[in-house]
Design a protein around this ligand. Structure first.
Ligand SMILES: [Zn+2]
Length: 413
């Protein structure tokens, strides 16, 4: 007997299970929050079928790198470095709703106050507020007054770093974040500086190990990349190869890049942020303050050239726009996919895999979401046009479903 809760969602183009081509005129069957079938529309029971029309139906998007309390404004530092938790909570609750309506059904936050991000994650999980399924790092571990110190994760010695990692694990972290170099956002920080030696980063990796928690390392500095890799980190964030010597600009090390590729370490290059910033500059928008400590050249084109070399070596990429930074509002995650195609030369389908199954695998939920496959969560997002032909069609969706619940679109008949 047919399940009274079962519905089929028909689309002109449905992503195949491998996420490398369209199934023309197919329907995805959904019941009890799961995908139960993917079949030609002609075989779906008409009275249970909702016709989404001439759209491209994909798995719900998976976003790998956000900061949900951060306002995406050029003066964000002045706000979040001093405000109490209450406004941060309100802003974060708004941000996750915006992200969900933009098609993101799973998201990883890589740096926020523990009191804010874990509360929002738990509120989403218990159905109090709408939002993507959230995995959260809590306070990034950073040196005193260094990158994002204001989120509460300051620690300098190996012992203090280990203790801080343990506090964040005990508070409920799903992943740990370490600032392996300084960052642009924090004016007392220098993006060219390595923050910790490999042995200290290893303390964080060890703190997460017993509970299966992995570590993501922010690094703009080549020396930060080396320390993270040698410390056992599995996720490199930004992965820019700035030299410690400002006159040198970048210091790319091809052998280390090959090791990153060979060991399958995930790379989140946050290139969509540069794309959005460049477009904002063209519009004449106010630019963020330049970090006063960042001297010497770091041209975007040279950074992209390095990433194309990492691509050729087989590096594995994840999504992650760094939403919450200037220009990166919580409905803009797909700009990272645009940049993968336009700036790194990946195929559209490769970029679509990064936005779905690849990042789902990277963050540890690849057996539950990220593909239109029976048994997987009923997370769906449909877009007008064909993002496999024009990646910019991967923009605001006309239909979003999360765990079988309608988020965007017409209610079922
Ligand atoms: Zn970030």
């Amino acid at each position: 007997m047919a399940d009274p809760e079962r519905r089929f969602y028909r689309a002109a183009r449905v992503a195949n299970q491998a996420m490398d081509g369209w199934l023309p005129d197919h329907a995805v069957g959904v019941a009890n929050g799961k995908i139960v079938d993917v079949l030609p529309s002609a075989d779906a029971p008409a009275h249970e079928t909702v016709d989404l029309g001439d759209v491209s139906l994909l798995p719900g998007l998976v976003e790998g790198h956000t900061h949900i309390p951060c306002p995406p404004r050029v003066d964000a530092f002045d706000i979040i470095s001093v405000e109490p938790n209450e406004p941060a909570l309100m802003r974060a609750a708004h941000a996750v709703g915006l992200a969900l309506r933009s098609g993101i059904t799973t998201m990883r936050d890589l740096g926020s106050k523990n009191e804010v991000v874990f509360a929002v994650r738990d509120a989403i999980a218990s159905g109090v507020i709408p939002g993507p399924r959230l995995l959260a790092a809590g306070a990034p571990i950073t040196r005193t007054m260094d990158h994002c110190w204001f989120w509460g994760g300051e620690a300098d010695s190996p012992e203090a770093v280990r203790a801080q990692a343990q506090v964040t694990v005990d508070d409920g972290a799903d992943v740990l974040k370490v600032m392996a170099s300084g960052g642009n956002f924090t004016p007392t920080s220098n993006p060219r500086d390595r923050q910790y030696p490999p042995e200290t980063i290893r303390e964080i990796v060890e703190a997460g190990k017993s509970t299966g928690i992995e570590v993501a390392a922010h690094t703009h500095a080549a020396e930060g990349i080396r320390a993270a890799v040698e410390g056992g980190v599995r996720h490199l964030i930004h992965c820019r190869w700035l030299s410690a010597n400002p006159e040198e600009g970048f210091k790319y090390e091809p052998e280390l890049a090959q090791r990153i590729a060979d060991e399958g370490i995930w790379v989140n290059p946050t290139i969509g942020l540069g794309l959005l910033a460049a477009e904002a500059r063209q519009r004449g928008d106010t630019a963020p303050r330049r970090n006063p400590n960042l001297q010497g050249p770091s041209p975007r084109q040279q950074g992209l050239e390095i990433l194309r070399d990492m691509r050729d070596r087989g590096a594995r990429f994840t999504s992650g726009l760094d939403m919450g930074m200037a220009y990166a509002d919580f409905n803009r995650a797909t700009a990272e996919a645009w940049a993968f195609v336009e700036d790194i030369g990946l195929s559209e389908w490769h970029a679509l895999r990064i936005m779905t199954c690849d990042t789902a695998a990277a963050i540890g939920v690849g057996d539950q979401v990220g593909r239109l496959q029976p048994g997987f969560g009923a997370d769906l997002a449909a877009f007008t046009g064909d993002p496999a032909a024009n990646i910019r069609d991967l923009d605001q969706p006309v239909f979003v479903m999360q765990g079988g619940a309608m988020v965007v679109g017409e209610p079922s008949p």
